[in-house]
Design a protein around this ligand. Sequence first.
Ligand code: ZN
Ligand code: ZN
Length: 178
Amino acid sequence: MPVYPTTGYMNAELCLNGHVITGDIENEPEKTSKFCGDCGGETLRACPKCSALLRGDHVYLGTITWMTVPSYCYSCGTAFPWTVAKIAAAKEHAAEIDGLDEAKRKELQEAIGDLAAGGARTDLATSRVKRLMKKAGVAGRQRALQGSRGCSVRRCQEADYGLKVAAPSAGSGVSSGT
Ligand SMILES: [Zn+2]
Ligand SMILES: [Zn+2]
């Protein structure tokens, strides 16, 4: 019989790429592994920076809600390895898009860097990245339609995806009080 607290978090195990191995180590020890079955990445159970255990399934008065993958550590605000990887991909993309001049491109990369760092600058960085990517995205799409070199439609979609992953969750990772 599984054992649950009345209210509280179970502990989770995820891989470095953010795949959930189990949201409940205590009751599903057989699912735990050293490496991920999906991607081969190493697994972890705690924040690499502050060692806070990864929050898994949530139990509230006996009702269980399956875990969602967090982007940032609830304890120290550090971006998890999977978030850093997605942000790095977005940054790489920012270096290649044609829709921004050099200054804006630099601003975008710095804002993405702030996203990776987490903490107090996250909200500001989120709105900056959204604004700049929107600008770049529109220009990039126009270029793609013209068939010239630059941001292909697929690349723009990937950038949009990277943003959705990085930006909205970045906002929820910090209590801004607004
Ligand atoms: Zn994996
Ligand atoms: Zn932490």
